[in-house]
Design a protein around this ligand. Sequence first.
Ligand code: SAH
Length: 231
Amino acid sequence: MEQYWSGSAINKNKGMVENLQNYGIIKSRKVAETMENIDRGVFVPNGAQPYIDSPMAIGYNATISAPHMHAICLQLLENYLQPGMHALDVGSGTGYLTACFALMVGSNGRTVGVEHIPELVSSSIKNIEKSAAAPLLKDGSLSVHDCDGRQGWPDFAPYDAIHVGAAAPEIPQPLIDQLKPGGRMVIPVGNALQDLKVVDKNSDGSISIRTETSVRYVPLTSKEAQLNGDK
Ligand code: SAH
């Protein structure tokens, strides 16, 4: 796990985004704008420091990922989050990335978050209501659902972009099936040692997979196993 900065010197969302640009993690104007517009402060639990580069506990054995991981995933998916496209965020947790996706694909697109802890589904909706993505929740182009994300969300498939925010022992087949030809999935794969995989579905339906970096995410598992803290 890398950490690009620590301490509380960065106390504004804009300062966090500037740091991510200075470290070369945010490369594009679009990702910078999106992260400027969606204030991470709205998504972290009260009392936590939202703008340091660290994952934070959000209850239920889950965490909000560190800002640099959110930025890496947004950069990897940027071309698949153009206005009008369909995006699926599996293990949407606080709703932070779901809100970023929704802002990028806009009201002519469709963004779905799926999360299996009902309390996190409710709190993520409240978070999104306080964010710049609130109008998209209202107009129905963004929704968050309580379900087992390993099954995806077939209603709005195929997706141009799929992000998985928890590590799977292997890539769930329903997620591959729901990826559009020409689309991209970003998913951490592994158990103790995990790789962030970039899965591209080619126009003929075949799959190309490469490893971006090593990571440490909470497991993509059953609700029971997660609440028991099983590894
Ligand atoms: N990307 C989010 C959350 C990351 S933590 C954020 O940054 O806020 C991973 C999330 O995946 C947790 O909220 C956990 O509850 C959820 N999760 C784990 N297994 C799941 C499954 N099978 N179905 C749906 N959500 C799952």
